[in-house]
Ligand binder design. Structure first.
Ligand code: UN1
Length: 512
């Protein structure tokens, strides 16, 4: 039975009497069987967006007055509710975006981890005491909430990634307007309801479903009216750049978590078994639809043939299909992703050697919509594809594909590997497989990625380490752990003079 999904403002559903815009409805379908409707989503207008921002603005002062440890307790409560409903939420997530159930459960677990972390942070929202250069003067710092936070998230991590923003934003005393991806609408609304059931006052968390154009319009007007103080966005680099421009006009710095073309370097001393397993998981897990998914394997020329043979074998043996079963990956998220990915497959060139399953050794340019299970035209399934021989000027080398394709190229010395890894201009996640500690550290220093793995995969970051990228992957903002609090609070410094005289900084005390 499809559910009907509508926006929620100040705790109330936005009903159909509201203006719903020209493209009033979006149909979220099961990508494993596109004939199955998961949700009918009523899309809001820019006015809906604005109304949500106003509700958040109105609710913010009272929420900021709630003592931080009490806000922490609310966050802890959210974690317990999500944990108690983990299976149901994961099953819905699997049905709506085709993420294999085990991964979906892991994603829900990540919300619980985030809540566990920030529960304690409510008692640790520390400021500092700072020594003054003058007598009888005290200096302090306080963290203040920024105010109203707009969270705009993608559909590949429709539960964990929104929680990375919403949980610390709420903990820090902000109120939130969340605009999830419409193709993950049912999952997003289910998560929203768990958040609210934990006892958040009306208006503290609002959810708006809207298409991209409406979101820009709504956000732009909300910024004009000073109803938004911080934007957190996870999605493509192109959209991130537009959001950055919009926020920049209002002198705001958004928190941007964008794409990646994440390299994995396989060195002469690499454990190849481990490297192959790592490449399989990060290249094809989630059908390659993580911002941290592996883009290109950069393998030392002496190990290239062996690596490629083993990688191809592992990929051919990997179970792909029905996401409710134990598979490495299922369908792509949504029609839009599938169409785009098909376009990107057009980047395969005659100088490439294609392998994987099941079209080893040939380039299929006229492929039909390939299905692995059921009716091939019904599910958004794609073959895992390895493209050997990618070159620095290939599109496939330079651009994110957000699908199950991994490039392979070779290098001669570490400097070249680092140069190749940095070349696409992204800087999210990078991995090196090596038994040489010096080499691992040299890689860490040279690679421009915000996150580096040694003998582990590019994807699968833990919930309490700083997460984020540089270059095309973001503007240097970091999420997760205590570091994200710098996104959702502003430092206020206080000086308190109890000397009874006018003491002036930078001037000799004797001048007074
Ligand atoms: C994303 O793809 O947007 O590190 C986030 C990882 C996950 C998060 C990915 N924990 O792959």
């Amino acid at each position: 039975m499809p559910v009907t999904v509508t926006s929620r403002i100040a705790g109330k559903p936005v009903d159909q009497g509201e203006p719903a815009g020209p493209d009033g409805w979006y149909r979220s379908v099961d990508p494993a069987d596109t004939g199955q409707v998961v949700a009918d989503v009523m899309l809001g207008t820019a006015d809906t967006y604005l109304a949500a921002c106003r509700a958040a603005r109105d609710a913010q002062p009272a929420w900021a007055d709630v003592p931080a440890p009490v806000r922490g307790r609310a966050v802890g409560h959210i974690g317990r509710l999500v944990e108690a409903n983990a299976e149901a939420l994961a099953a819905l997530l699997t049905r709506e975006i085709g993420k294999p159930y085990a991964e979906a459960l892991g994603e829900v677990r990540e919300i619980v981890d985030t809540c566990d972390f920030f529960l304690g942070e409510g008692r640790r929202l520390y400021g500092q005491t700072v020594p003054s250069e003058m007598p009888d003067k005290q200096l302090f710092t306080f963290r203040n909430p920024v105010g109203v936070v707009n969270v705009i998230t993608a559909g590949n991590f429709p539960a964990a990634v929104p929680a990375w923003y919403v949980v610390p934003a709420l903990l820090a005393g902000n109120t939130v307007v969340w605009k999830p991806a419409e193709y993950a609408a049912a999952t997003s609304l289910a998560l929203y309801e768990l958040f609210v059931r934990a006892g958040l006052p009306d208006g503290v968390l609002n959810i708006v479903f809207a298409d991209g154009g409406t979101t820009f319009d709504g956000l732009s007007r909300a910024l004009d009216e000073r109803l938004v103080d911080k934007v957190g966005f996870t999605g493509s680099s192109a959209v991130g750049a537009r959001i950055g421009e919009l926020c920049g006009r209002h002198l705001q710095t958004p928190c941007l978590e964008l794409g990646g073309k994440n390299p994995m370097v396989v060195t002469p001393t690499a454990d190849l078994d481990l490297a192959v397993r790592g490449a399989l998981f990060s290249g094809f897990g989630t059908a390659g639809q993580r911002c941290t998914s592996l883009g290109t394997v950069i393998v030392h020329e002496t190990r290239h043939a062996e690596f490629l043979a083993r990688f191809t074998e592992a990929v051919a043996a990997a179970p792909v299909g029905d996401p409710t079963a134990a598979v490495v990956f299922g369908p792509l998220i949504d029609e839009r992703f599938a169409r785009r990915f098909e376009d990107y497959l057009g980047w395969i060139r005659p100088h490439h050697t294609v392998s994987g399953s099941p079209h080893t050794g040939r380039i299929t340019t006229d492929r039909p919509r390939p299905g692995f299970v059921g009716d091939p035209t019904a599910g958004l399934y794609y073959h895992p594809t390895i493209v050997d021989g990618v070159r620095p000027d290939d599109d496939l080398f330079r651009h994110e594909t957000f699908g199950p394709v991994v490039g392979v190229t070779t290098y001669r010395d570490l400097d070249e590997a680092i140069r190749l890894g940095n070349l696409p201009g992204y800087g999210l996640s990078a991995a090196i497989y090596t038994a040489d500690a010096g080499e691992a550290f040299a890689f860490r220093r040279g690679i421009g990625a915000g996150m580096v793995s040694v003998n582990n995969t590019t994807s699968g970051a833990e919930a309490h380490l700083p997460f984020g990228g540089n270059g095309l992957s973001g503007n240097g903002s970091r999420q997760s752990g205590i570091w994200v609090l710098d996104q959702f609070t502003r430092w206020q410094s206080v000086n308190w003079d109890h000397s009874g005289t006018l003491q002036k900084a930078q001037m000799d005390v004797a001048d007074l």
